[in-house]
Design a protein around this ligand. Structure first.
Ligand code: ATP
Length: 262
């Protein structure tokens, strides 16, 4: 059974102010198997976040279904960890309390929370920063805290919405390597939203290339490239060219507005 199964999912937002409906996603079908790393790649507004939010249970499909391990998703759940572009940390709590926050919500004792949090702090390479506060860390370090917090729940699925989008190029590359290392060591199923082609091809076992208005899956490409990925290799560039072609043909497609009003 696929870990995540998205079947015939469409999403229409009612825009009451403009008295118009926005079809954000149209008939999306994706199966993500256990331990796969799927990148959702597409231009701004193609519905990547909407799709991720439906797997997370923050949004409901207008039609179709999303299941995780056969269970219909209707609400958020602890078996799905979510990492956003901003780490959304609690500034008044030190790193270890932020990482172990879910344990606090469950009534976990301080010593247990501290010890468990430390394991995940070490895992994301923040050993020594346990007692720092978010304002004392860089953006990349805060993002590591967010990742550690999501991993601590030991979720079956990790959902990441442009988690490295706000980082500088060098930090982003470091974080990509770190994420691949954690995923390789600990396994797990990841769905990762990005609009960076290199990022998608560096990270994923698969990339789903999306198009906009309405959001469709153009193609799901398996990435059979050795790791660590070499972004200058001929194989990498061959796939990149294909992805660019898919995205370009989307851009040059005449829009409905153009057809209606030549
Ligand atoms: N709550 C909402 N109400 C109305 N329209 C919405 C809502 N959320 C998203 N949309 C619309 O749905 C479409 C898809 O949005 P979404 O944020 O999923 O795209 P995206 O691919 O993640 O974009 P980006 O890369 O810019 O974050 C857009 O046209 C957006 O305006």
């Amino acid at each position: 059974m696929a870990t995540i199964e998205i079947s015939g999912v469409s999403k229409v937002f009612k825009d009451a102010k403009r008295k118009a409906d926005v079809t954000a996603l149209d008939d999306i079908n994706i199966k993500v198997e256990k331990n796969q790393f799927l990148c959702l790649l597409g231009p701004s507004g193609c519905g990547k976040s909407t799709l991720l939010n439906m797997i997370a249970g923050f949004e409901k499909p207008s039609s179709g279904t999303v299941t995780v391990d056969g269970q219909l998703i209707t609400a958020p759940g602890s078996e799905r960890g979510v990492v956003f572009q901003q780490a959304n940390l609690m500034p008044w709590l030190p790193v270890w309390e932020n990482v172990g926050f879910h344990l606090l919500l469950r009534g976990g004792q301080k010593a247990v929370r501290r010890e468990t949090a430390q394991r995940y702090i070490d895992m994301v390479g923040l050993t020594g920063f346990e007692n720092h506060y978010p304002s004392e860390l860089s953006g990349g370090m805060n993002q590591r805290v967010g990742i550690a917090r999501a991993l601590l729940m030991n979720p079956q699925v990790i959902l990441m919405d442009e988690p490295f989008g706000a980082l500088d190029e060098q930090t982003r590359m470091d974080m990509q390597n770190e994420l691949v290392r954690i995923w390789q060591e600990h396994q797990g199923t990841i769905v990762f939203v990005t609009h960076g082609i290199d990022e998608a091809l560096t990270l994923g076992t698969h990339v789903a290339v999306m198009s906009a208005r309405p959001g469709l899956i153009r193609e799901i490409i398996p990435l059979d490239l050795p790791r660590p990925r070499d972004i200058t290799s001929p194989q990498f560039n061959e796939i990149k060219r294909h992805v660019l072609d898919l995205l370009r043909s989307e851009r040059t497609k005449p829009s409905l507005e153009t057809l209606d009003h030549p």
